[in-house]
Ligand binder design. Structure first.
Ligand code: ADP
Ligand code: MG
Length: 284
């Protein structure tokens, strides 16, 4: 019996457990990465996860940031006895023990502040870069998409995410210094490809917090498109108050305000993500 079937009966979930829609062979893991803080990584991870669930995919959201914002924003409550990503990485806890279903249908692997210690504790550990990748192996047949919300740094937690990932998705905030730091990110991704995960694919770049009314936003978007070309998704995420409010209601935007512009933009992004995965896996 799959883990998914196991919790279907025991929790209230709004959405029925979907039929497997991804026809690719095993779960696709995507790290949402940018070492800059505040660019929309966490918002994108939660909103994309919930949009993919709506579209029928089985989605696991891994909160790899000790801040724990992805978990709380996706709607999981803090419990002292909760097994977290820290236990999975450091204490070799089973990943299934740490997985929490949420109302939107997204399954969450949460983290808490103690995850910050993992960065230090893992330094001397065997296979330290591959802890997350190895932990996820039992899930690869039960989940379609694994989304990993990375912390704003390029430390061992991000490295674990990049080694567990098949692909990266890069949110770029539509602001004046948008391109700053992206060179360093590209360099780090090349280093990871050269030494740790040769197959790591760049799925795309998503423009976030786009203020469509300003000329600056258009200029920044031209810059980003000039730099990344076709890698930039057509779906752009607008800057909206509803997206900023959603986390304090512990709901993904698609649940919090389903018809909102932000929710619609993330649904379009989800559709493009699936399209790109299918093309990449030769099923487009
Ligand atoms: P990161 O994870 O990269 O640090 P967050 O997703 O936490 O970035 O976003 C930073 C802040 O901006 C948060 O307060 C979030 O609610 C807000 N935010 C993110 N995306 C949007 C958006 N499209 N419109 C308005 N506010 C946003
Ligand atoms: Mg974040």
């Amino acid at each position: 019996m799959s883990w998914y079937r196991h919790w279907e009966g025991s929790f209230h979930v709004k959405h029925a457990v979907p039929e497997r829609k991804g026809s690719w062979e095993k779960a696709i893991a995507i790290a949402v990465v940018n070492q800059k803080g505040g660019v929309g990584k966490t918002t994108t991870t939660i909103s994309l996860a919930a949009s993919l669930v709506e579209q029928g995919y089985r989605v696991l959201l891994i909160d790899a940031d000790p801040q724990g914002n992805a978990g709380s924003g996706a709607g999981i409550e803090r419990k002292d006895e909760q097994v977290t990503l820290y236990d999975v990485l450091v204490n070799e806890a089973e990943v299934q023990e740490a997985m929490v279903p949420t109302e939107s249908g997204v399954i969450v692997l949460p983290s808490t502040m103690d995850l910050a210690a993992a960065e230090i504790e893992l330094v001397s550990a065997m296979g330290r870069e591959y802890r997350l990748r190895d932990a996820l192996i039992p899930l690869l047949d039960e989940i379609d998409v694994i989304l990993i919300d990375c912390p704003p740094s390029l430390g061992l937690l991000t490295i674990n995410a990049l080694c567990a990932a098949d692909a990266v998705l890069i949110p770029v905030q539509a602001e004046y210094f948008a391109l700053e730091g992206l060179g360093a990110l590209q360099q780090n991704l090349s280093l990871v490809r050269r030494h740790l995960n040769a197959q790591l694919y760049t799925l795309g770049v998503v423009m976030t917090m786009v203020d469509t009314r300003t000329k600056l936003a258009t200029a920044v978007e031209d810059d980003v498109r000039g730099y990344f070309g076709d890698m930039v998704f057509s779906a752009r995420i607008p800057r909206t108050v509803r997206l900023a409010e959603a986390p304090s209601f512990a709901q993904p935007i698609t649940v919090f305000d389903s018809p909102s512009r932000g929710a619609m933009a993330y649904r379009r992004l989800a559709a493009e993500v699936i399209e790109r995965i299918n093309l990449w896996k030769g099923q487009g």
